[in-house]
Design a protein around this ligand. Structure first.
Ligand code: 13P
Length: 392
C-alpha cells in the first residue's frame, strides 16, 4: 500500500501548506537512508531519480529496489523521474515504475517547452501518471559547486506560467525564483513576491529545485507561498562524502565496507532534518487516508490458436513482447504456454499495466492495434480477456 499516487500526496501537502522532500538517490545507501528517515519521522516522501545521475548507477537495475523499498515502507512513498529530458525518458521511467515524471524542457524557448511538455503530459496522463514541468531556468549541477556552472537564472514570470500550465496541463510546476542547483557560497536571493504571485495565479503545487544551501527561514517562506515539493541532493551527497573522509582520517583499513560505514546514518540525519523543517513529519497517516494506493493492473488473455504451427506461435509471441513492452504504461509482457497438454486454453498473454488508466490507452495505442489486427486476432478467435486489479 504505501506506494501511493503522487498527485494525491502533493495535493494534501498543498492544502495543508507543508512540503514533501524529493530526495535524489544515487545508491542503495541513499535509498535506505531516505526511507529510514521518512519512517523515523512518519513523513510522506518522494524517492527521486535524476536522469543526469544515470552515469553513476544503472536506472533499470535500481528501479526494482526502489519499488520494493516503497512498497514495504509503512509511510506513503512516490517514485519520481527527475529532470527527464525527452518523451522517451518519460516513457522509460513510467515503464520501469516511476509514478511521477518531470519533463525538463526549460532551456528551450517557451513555445517549444510547451510543445515538448504537452507531449509528455498527454502520454503520462494516459498512464495515470502526473507530470512536473519547469519554466524559467535554474542553473547549476546537482552535487557540484554552483560557482562552476554560473549560467544566468531565468526567472519564471506569472504570465508565462499561466500560459504554460494552461496549454500543457502539467500537474506541478517547478519555478525559477533565484535558487540554483548545487553547492552555494553565501545565501541565495529569492524572489518571494514573484513566488506569491505565481501561487495565487496557478493554485497548483509548486516545486523548488536546488534545495541545498537555503536557510531555514527561506524554506519556511517558500512553503508559505505554495511550494509543496522540494528537490534536494547536494547536501546529502556532501554528508555522505564527509563521513567517508572521516572514516579515512580515522585510518580505516577494512576495504569498501569500512570506508562507507556510517554513510547511511549521515544521509538519514540530513533527510530527517529537512523533513521536520519542511513540515512533513507526522503527516504519513493523514496522507495514507487520502491517497490512492498505486497498484498495477493485469491484462490477461488466455487463448487458442488456429492456422499457425508452434514455431509461428512462438514468433508471434516474440513480436508481441518486443512491440507491446514499449507502449507507455506497460510494466511487463509475459507470454505463456499451458503446462498441461489438455488445458482448455493453450496460451496466455499477461500484460502488467502501471495503472487502470492504461487499460484504455493501451487498447487504443496504434502499436497495439497494429499488432492485434495483423498478428493476433486473425489466429486467436478463441480467447478470454480480462483486466484485474489486485485484491488485498
Ligand atoms: P540540490 O542538489 O541543489 O539540492 O538540488 C537538487 C535538485 O534540484 C534536483 O532536481
Amino acid at each position: 500500500m504505501p506506494l501511493v499516487a503522487m498527485k494525491d500526496m502533493l495535493d494534501h501537502a498543498y492544502r495543508h501548506r507543508y512540503a514533501v522532500g524529493a530526495f535524489d538517490l544515487v545508491s542503495l545507501d541513499f535509498l535506505d537512508a531516505i526511507v529510514q528517515a521518512a519512517e523515523q519521522s512518519r513523513a510522506p516522501v518522494i524517492l527521486s531519480l535524476a536522469e543526469s545521475h544515470f552515469d553513476y548507477f544503472d536506472f533499470e537495475l535500481a528501479m526494482p529496489a526502489v519499488e520494493a523499498a516503497a512498497r514495504r515502507a509503512s509511510v506513503p512513498v512516490a517514485i519520481h523521474l527527475d529532470h527527464g529530458h525527452s518523451l522517451e525518458s518519460a516513457v522509460r521511467g513510467i515503464n520501469l515504475g516511476c509514478n511521477g515524471v518531470m519533463v525538463d524542457a526549460s532551456h528551450y524557448p517557451l513555445d517549444e517547452n510547451i510543445a515538448r511538455s504537452r507531449k509528455v503530459v498527454d502520454m503520462a496522463h494516459g498512464c495515470g501518471v502526473p507530470v512536473e514541468g519547469e519554466l524559467g531556468y535554474i542553473p547549476g549541477v546537482e552535487g557540484e559547486d554552483a560557482e562552476r556552472h554560473p549560467g544566468e537564472i531565468r526567472y519564471t514570470t506569472v504570465e508565462e506560467a499561466r500560459r504554460y500550465v494552461e496549454e500543457t496541463g502539467v500537474d506541478f510546476l517547478a519555478v525559477s525564483i533565484g535558487t540554483v542547483h548545487g553547492r552555494m557560497r553565501g545565501e541565495p536571493k529569492l524572489d518571494f513576491d514573484r513566488l506569491a504571485e505565481i501561487d495565487r495565479a496557478l493554485g497548483i503545487p509548486l516545486v523548488i529545485h536546488g534545495g541545498t544551501g537555503l536557510t531555514d527561514n527561506q524554506f519556511r517562506r517558500l512553503i508559505e507561498h505554495g511550494v509543496t515539493k522540494i528537490n534536494y541532493y547536494t547536501a546529502l551527497s556532501d554528508a555522505a562524502a564527509r563521513r567517508i573522509a572521516e572514516n579515512g582520517e580515522q585510518g580505516v583499513n577494512s576495504g569498501y565496507t569500512g570506508w562507507v560505514a556510517g554513510v547511511r546514518n549521515a544521509i538519514a540525519t540530513e533527510v530527517e532534518r529537512c523533513i521536520r523543517l519542511w513540515g512533513s513529519a507526522d503527516r504519513a497517516d493523514a496522507v495514507l487516508a487520502k491517497a490512492s494506493p498505486w497498484d498495477p493492473v493485469e491484462h490477461l488473455i488466455v487463448y487458442n490458436v488456429k492456422g499457425l504451427d508452434e514455431a509461428g506461435v512462438q514468433a508471434m509471441m516474440a513480436e508481441g513482447r518486443r512491440v507491446l513492452s514499449k507502449i507507455p504504461g506497460v510494466r511487463e509482457v509475459f507470454t505463456g504456454q499451458a503446462v498441461k497438454e489438455d488445458a482448455s486454453y493453450r496460451y496466455t498473454w499477461l500484460v502488467r499495466f502501471c495503472h487502470p488508466a492504461v487499460i484504455d490507452s493501451y487498447r487504443d495505442h496504434p502499436e497495439h492495434v497494429a499488432f492485434a489486427d495483423r498478428y493476433f486476432r486473425p489466429v486467436a478467435s478463441e480467447r478470454i480477456s480480462i483486466d484485474y486489479r489486485q485484491v488485498r
